[in-house]
Design a protein around this ligand. Sequence first.
Ligand SMILES: CC(C)(COP(=O)(O)OP(=O)(O)OC[C@H]1O[C@@H](n2cnc3c(N)ncnc32)[C@H](O)[C@@H]1OP(=O)(O)O)[C@@H](O)C(=O)NCCC(=O)NCCS
Length: 209
Amino acid sequence: MVDRNEFRIRTATVADAQSIVDAFDSTLPYLASIGSEGQWGLVPFSERPGFLDDTIKSLEQSKVWQETGEGDSNLIFAAEVTGPESTAVPAGFAQIHEDKFSGYLYKQANIQAVDLTKLSNFVFLEVLLVHFGSGHHKGAGAALIQQVKRYGLEKGMDAIYVDCWAGNNRQLVGYYKRQGFVAVEDFTFPRENKAPWIGTFLRMDLTKT
Ligand SMILES: CC(C)(COP(=O)(O)OP(=O)(O)OC[C@H]1O[C@@H](n2cnc3c(N)ncnc32)[C@H](O)[C@@H]1OP(=O)(O)O)[C@@H](O)C(=O)NCCC(=O)NCCS
């Protein structure tokens, strides 16, 4: 798969686990530089206990689901470009699930516009991020969203859902709207000993595409 920006999109494997953690780490200085450190905090993901192990487990589970259809419908796409001496350089990652949201959204009493438990035939974009250290990140996120859209259409899905941080003047909400999502509802996620995390839940309709 090669998209118009020359990112190749493939399914990630366990071999990508460290690159995924590196990509997460690479977002933090960027987020701080634009005043969005409230989104994911300042502690490098590589220093968060269990983060690499959980990433490996998720990729292992994804393999099981792809091969057998068993367990969580978990898939991670990698966008990569060709680097020096024809090496593949990972530029971004997107994690999706079918017909399943993150647990905190189901607990989210503030979302009134839609009963999440009654939704089906959708793709949930749980994670989208680029690797700012790759030198080739610009546009990788948009290319991955296009891949998620292609995936959803191929599977006959009705919609893609995503939720994102709504702080710092809703810049990220604006990004998703530019990518074709429509805001459904804002929510707040209470946290222990911290200010609530404020988010927006968005939807992209695939039925009219
Ligand atoms: C969001 C993201 C995946 C978009 O990747 P992309 O499609 O390649 O987008 P671009 O690099 O073209 O950037 C698009 C614009 O979005 C804005 N933007 C990106 N992430 C943002 C964030 N977290 N908060 C606010 N604005 C953000 C930037 O203003 C950027 O504008 P610029 O062109 O002036 O730099 C990528 O910027 C990223 O990984 N951001 C950090 C992690 C993140 O926020 N992921 C989304 C989690 S829900």
